[in-house]
Design a protein around this ligand. Sequence first.
Ligand SMILES: Nc1ncnc2c1ncn2[C@@H]1O[C@H](COP(=O)(O)OP(=O)(O)OP(=O)(O)O)[C@@H](O)[C@H]1O
Ligand SMILES: [Mg+2]
Length: 295
Amino acid sequence: MRSKFPIHTTLSGDAIKILERYEKELGAKNIVLEKALLAMDGMRYKAKLDTGGMRSPIKRISTGVPGLDESIEGGIPKGFSVVVTGPPGTGKTTFCMQFLIDGVKKDEKCIFFSFEERVEQLVQHFMRFGWDIGKYIDDGYLEIFGMSMLTSEEMIEIIESYRPERVVFDSINVFAEPSDFRKSGAWRSLLRMLKVKKISSLFITEKHHGIEVKQFDDYDFLGDGIIFLDSVRTNEIDTTPTPVMAVQKMRATRIDRSPQPFRFTDDGISRYRATSMPSSVLQDRLASKKKKFDL
Ligand SMILES: Nc1ncnc2c1ncn2[C@@H]1O[C@H](COP(=O)(O)OP(=O)(O)OP(=O)(O)O)[C@@H](O)[C@H]1O
Ligand SMILES: [Mg+2]
């Protein structure tokens, strides 16, 4: 049917439907109507692109982790969805809660969706850093959903009604395999909604390998950024591994990819700059892997 009117190809789907309805009624191609619809489409696309807004500098928000913002031009661009990943017990949940605490301290509403831990357990963990979680919840700035069985549609509803500025999902491996997740319509709707509303979000994902292995999953491609947390030994006889973090990707940002050490302090985690330690550590790890391979 449509091939009868090849001129329609530059119109949007909605405009084509309107035009076809009138053509059916009037029995002929209506050029005036088509031109009007085309012009309206043009305006619509222009409004959607908001090129005026694009010229303004990127607004960045602090991660709340001392020492990290300086390595990413001041913070994560507002509205980004960043993947926080790493092997078990490397500080992913702590990192993300610290990001939310930074938000609530600036009177921003925040939501933490945990799919594996109970609220009580999370609150106890975070109280150790002196974060007054209970007060933030009572004041209406923080919502924590523990052991969440919520679907992505339900989370969309919650986010739309609560209107947070920052959201954390811990961890999304519980939901689906990386490739299924990326193709899932429901999650794509959630990600789209976060983008449209310019909500900054952290997605925790789990890795079965350390920072020295260059291997990425579909979650990594989906994120606007990747922050990798790990824990590495400084030498063969060292029994206390050093926590390290690396910004492996951050769209629209100049980054320093080298892993830097961080420590757990009384106020949360704090990154510090090492002159040579982490890279020499990783070189050791790579060298020992190579040795094993040669044998
Ligand atoms: N005050 C502290 N000092 C030193 N290490 C700490 C402190 N608090 C927590 N940790 C360490 O941090 C890790 C747990 O942090 P967190 O729960 O944020 O990690 P995670 O990566 O989310 O873990 P999981 O993979 O189990 O979800 C543990 O290994 C714990 O030993
Ligand atoms: Mg965790």
